[in-house]
Ligand binder design. Structure first.
Ligand code: SPV
Ligand code: MG
Length: 564
């Protein structure tokens, strides 16, 4: 056996890197090198891959099993191009060589020429053609009745194939069917010699008796003129050592991969039909993960991160909606302000709708006041039990676990146009807040302080420049002339931005627990800036409003249409 010392593994263990050798060269070595090579049958890409994983050195693409797996008979019912398509899949997912069972060559010498060209283009390492007449019949079905091809004509096919191949190592095996057809040793030898002289790289002597006698008789007279390949299907009990001693170069285990499959399927499908117990079967079969592994699904995932454009959708959103709201009279008797209907639905439902429209499905909402009234389908509610004693930063910290991957944080009383969110999602800094430079929205004296932003620069909307700035300072002082905009309650965090927010909140709460408990988001931003953390400002012009009072609600009713 080739390179085998244990007598069990019939295959050579390849040294690392050996598989980078051309498949044709691998097959040539398997068939012409010392010892007994083994070609294991496969009939589709998956079985070919499994044959390789089982560490066989080469694949026999059998006409019997290829046709059976197509639901056809081994009588050239499948066209050669249909078979070629399957071979291409088999070759693409394996690195060991395939010897294709090319039957009679699908016609005359001219068809063999075309076949060899196409096989080489699919990286098939060799072809075996047999001296029967097209359309052939499997050798185990009425073998004696099968006519053999005239020797001259078959030699023409061999010569045509050899003259056509581009790769010197492409292997052409000539298969002698005279034993199958009931002829004796003399006819077999005559044919083998002729095919050898015509240029065949190896001779396959087929036999269907249940001993190796015909093969051994041939080998005694053959005198190692060319490598000999055998198919010990009917004489499989002959120990491989006998073949080694006889000087046989390679053997083909021609159909057992398919037969293993049929045996397993018949058994398991039959039992399942009887038991109806899918769970029991589940424990006996490979996992779906194993199927993914065989498909190399991981490779595609890695490639996607390399080649697909970065998704602009945020992974998730956290909406802060725990507070009652002070300026809404009886409107907030039974619900927080985020649940006040504006344009026919709760503010929160509109915000969630805008997130969903922009591809954000994973939405958490920090609730507190009248939390049972917050019922928005698909939204995860997180309870800030201290909502009436704490500031917004504590609400955000309640949802700290949700700050993972790209995350947008929004106030539950702010409505903004889709375009504002889309622009925010396109930013790529770790921390980006949105500030409005229009100052045109309706601020009332009764409202709380406005979070004003001083950035590193002013935007120029006319020339579309300066839309992103560094946050320098936040202030409530409306009289300041260096203010560039008003924070609208929207922030986008990258994965690292989320890490920064979580660790900074943790540090803040342990260093200054009282200040932390009362802290506003603006105070937190100032703390970040003071700690040297970069916070970016995305400037927008209008396209949002907040609902701060009962007057805002009635204003919205008179507007009569929603933001879009
Ligand atoms: C095949 O596997 O298709 C063969 C070998 O040709 S045999 O079935 O034994 O003829
Ligand atoms: Mg065949």
């Amino acid at each position: 056996m080739k390179g085998s010392s244990d007598g069990v593994s019939l295959n050579r263990i390849k040294a690392d890197g050996e598989k980078t050798m051309r498949k044709t060269t691998q097959l040539r070595q398997l068939i012409s090198g010392p010892g007994l090579g083994v070609l294991m049958e496969a009939h589709n890409a998956l079985s070919a891959k499994l044959v390789e994983e089982a560490r066989f050195e080469g694949i026999w693409a059998s006409s019997l099993t290829l046709s059976a797996s197509m639901g056809l008979r081994d009588n050239n019912e499948a066209s050669w191009t249909q078979t070629l398509d399957t071979l291409e899949f088999m070759s693409d997912c394996t690195s060991i060589p395939i010897l294709f069972d090319g039957d009679t060559g699908f016609g005359n010498f001219n068809n063999v020429r075309r076949l060899v060209r196409k096989l080489e283009s699919r990286n098939i390492a060799g072809v075996c053609i047999e001296d029967k007449i097209f359309p052939k019949t499997n050798s185990f079905i009425s073998g004696e009745q099968q006519a053999l091809a005239p020797i001259d004509e078959f030699c023409g096919k061999i010569k045509a194939g050899k003259d056509t191949q581009q790769d010197d190592d492409f292997v052409l095996v000539a298969r002698v069917e005279s034993f199958i057809a009931g002829w004796g040793i003399e006819e077999t030898l005559k044919r083998a010699l002729a095919y050898s002289s015509a240029g065949a790289d190896a001779i396959l002597i087929h036999s269907k008796i249940d001993s190796a006698d015909q093969i051994l008789a041939f080998m005694e007279r053959w005198d190692s003129r060319k490598p000999v390949v055998i198919v010990p299907t009917t004489y499989c009990r002959t120990p491989p050592d006998v073949f080694v001693q006889a000087g046989i170069s390679a053997m083909i285990w021609a159909n057992h991969t398919l037969r293993i499959t049929i045996t397993a399927l018949q058994k398991e499908l039959g039992e399942l039909k009887q038991s109806n117990d899918l769970a029991a079967l589940n424990d006996r079969v490979v996992t779906v993960q194993e199927v993914f592994r065989l498909q190399d699904a991981e490779e595609l995932q890695a490639a996607e991160t390399r080649y697909l454009p970065r998704e602009t959708t945020a992974g998730g959103a956290v909406i802060l909606a725990a507070s009652k709201g002070d300026n809404f009279g009886s409107l907030t008797d039974d619900k927080p302000k985020a649940m006040i209907p504006i344009f026919g639905k709760p503010i929160l439902a509109s915000i969630v709708g805008i997130f969903n429209d922009c591809g954000i499905k994973d939405i958490s909402c920090v609730v507190g006041y009248k939390k049972e009234s917050v019922t928005i389908p698909g939204v995860r509610c997180i309870d800030n039990e201290q909502y009436d004693k704490t500031g917004l930063l504590v609400s955000l910290n309640t949802a700290a676990e949700q700050l993972a991957g790209d995350t947008v944080i929004a106030y539950g009383d702010v409505l903004f146009e889709h375009s504002v969110l889309r622009e925010l999602l396109e930013t790529d800094a770790d921390i980006t807040m949105v500030a409005d430079t229009s100052h045109c929205h309706n601020q009332r004296d009764s409202c709380g302080p406005v979070d004003l932003v001083v950035g590193s620069n002013r935007p120029n909307f006319k020339f579309k420049t300066g839309r992103i700035a560094d946050l320098v300072e936040m202030t409530h002082d409306k009289s300041r002339s260096d203010v560039h905009g008003e924070w609208i309650g929207l922030i986008r965090l990258s994965e690292s931005g989320c890490d920064i927010f979580r660790s900074q909140m943790e540090a803040f709460s342990s260093e200054e627990p009282e200040a932390f408990a009362r802290a506003t988001m603006a105070e937190f931003f100032m703390r970040l800036v003071a700690n040297g953390i970069s916070v970016k400002v995305l400037y927008v012009y209008g396209r949002w409003f907040d609902i701060d009072s009962i007057e805002d609600v009635s204003d919205a009713y008179t507007m009569g249409d929603s933001l879009s």
